[in-house]
Structures are given as C-alpha cells and as structure tokens.
Design a protein. Sequence first.
Length: 256
Amino acid sequence: MSNEVLKINNLVKKYDNSDRVILNNLDLTINDEDFLCILGPSGCGKSTLIRCIAGFEDYEGSIKVDGQPVVKPGPDRIMVFQDFNQLFPWKTIKDNLVYALKATKIEEDKKKANNIAIEYLGLVGLSEYINSYPHQLSGGMKQRAALARALSLKPDVLLMDEPLGSLDAITRNEIQKLIKSGCTICEVARTLKIGISMAYNYTKDLISEGKLDESSVMFEKQYGLHDLEQMLIEMMENRISRVQMARESKMSYNKI
C-alpha cells in the first residue's frame, strides 16, 4: 500500500499586487515514488505550485510533506530549476555536491561526501569533469550536475521546473531512468512529449482557474507509455488549447 508523501488541501495563492487568484482551493495527494507531471498553458500556475511546495512562496491552505507542514525551504524538498546557473561558480562541480551534502548534514564526513559526489556525478555521465568549474561546462552539463546534486541529497520530494529541456535526447532518456528510481517527483513540463514520457503514475494539468483538471488522464506503469504516448499528446494539446482559448475569451470580455 502506498504511503502519502505530499498532501495539499485548499491551497490558495495570489500575489499582493494583484487580485488574480493563481491557485484556487487546490487539493492534491502524491504517494511514495509517484511521478506527477504538471501540464498546462503559460501562466496557469505550474511553477507557482511547485514553488509553494518548495517553501519559496507564502500561501493559504495546507501543504504537508510526510505529515509536516511546509513553512520554509528544507532538504526534504529539493528543487531543480530551468536556469543553467544553479551551481556556485567558485567551486568545482564535485565541491558543489560536497558542500550541499555537508550543509544539509546529509553527510558531514568530508571523505564520505566526496565519494557520494563522485558516485552521483558518475551516474549523470560527468565522471571526467568532477574537478571542472561551472564556466568550463556546457549548459546541459551544468544542468546534469545540478540534478546530481539534488539526487545526492535524497529528498522526500524532488521538484523540477523543466530541467531536462536543454538535454539531448539520449542523455535525457538516461536521466529519466535515473530519477524514476525510488523517488517522489513533481515536474513542470512545457513540452508535452517530454512531460508525458517522464510521468508514469499519473498526469494532471492545471486549468486557468487554478485548479487541477479532475478529468486528467490516469494510467499505470504496466500499461506501457509508448503505445499511449501519441494519443495522450494529441488529447493534452487539444485540452490545453481549449483552456487557452477560454482564458483569452474571458480576458477579452473583461476589457469590454
């Protein structure tokens, strides 16, 4: 039986300088080792949702990880961003991982932290670059190093704001296999093909009113993604297009 890792109840988010409600009484439950892929049109609240889970945003309602309220950022929730520049530029990529391991007290012994850093950089294909500085790496390599750092901390929930979009297809497939192993993940995807190929337990998208679409497609691991992928992409594209059109119609009406 699955255990609840993330529980969200009546989540409301709006910014002080605007009356617009970004997230509106949103409810969500994610179990251990689930992969949630969040799809939806631009501006619907995808990134805002995972920033709230990460503890980067104030919010109304309840967010709990392993039963504990989320009130600030913590090592139980690690976020990987789109931006390439997530590493300390004055440290080698290995030392970036070592620093994170020691700062979060995951591993305070320097030798053991070094070994963990080398192991995880190897898993993302960066064994030859452990002593390189971020400015010596390509954007995709820096993104892989950031993912290695996040995975080395073994968070309860890994939050990803489309960090794989910059990777080539072969590397992305390898990283997908790696991060699907024993980890609970919330990913924002702006490319439907990547999003659908990543998520295996269930896929939901946000609608413009800031709620999860309850008619989102549910599918289990054993059904196999490859047979369903094209059908799901077409269906999600149609639904997102309808949501975008509805939003534009509402905005036009409000201007009259």
